[in-house]
Design a protein around this ligand. Sequence first.
Ligand code: URA
Length: 222
Amino acid sequence: MIESDPIRNYLQYTQEVYGDTLYKSDKPEEPKQNTDSTKSLKEFESEINTCLKCNLGQSRTSFVFGVGDPNASLLLVGEAPGAEEDKQGFPFVGRAGKLLDKILAAINRSRENDVYICNVLKCRPPENRDPLPSEVELCETYLIRQIELIKPVLIVALGRVAGKTLLKLDEPLKAMREIIHDYHGTPLIVTYHPAALLRNSSFKPPTWEDFKWIRKILEGAG
Ligand code: URA
């Protein structure tokens, strides 16, 4: 396993997304309201990041726990890390992740600002195959604990696989969209996976509609 250096990984990740300039917000840092959840999320990560409950633990480079604001009102959940995420140790750092960052910027958020991003599975399935039900069964408890710690107002499942896995529904994405579902007591909506937008740009307008709706739901809760 490659040794995980969070600072190096983070700098590599910001270089991927923003280029060689290191941006620092000129806004004064707001004090975190709930440092307990930061601490407990970190503690939880160190408790589980050596997990070998399923075979994916043998083949992973990194355990991809999640990234973002530990007190976020918006939690985005993808299906599983891909090759780049496995290499860097952070979710959504490839091309799809860069598009996701742009979508978040369009609703005045970022992964540092009131958003947390993770996946149903914390380890990469070989050849990016869909998660197996047995893997989901073992790994979903981690996601449920993350939700208990973060206490988001809204969960957004990115893509059909994340949606159907969390909702235990075998439906096409279109049938799961535009509905407020319930996931263990937290409202959940399903939208397109950013990788799908890269493959088919006709999915961009409905995704933008979803994110305008997401912004409205969060503003209503704020
Ligand atoms: N796709 C996902 O579902 N998750 C990632 O982290 C990257 C790509």
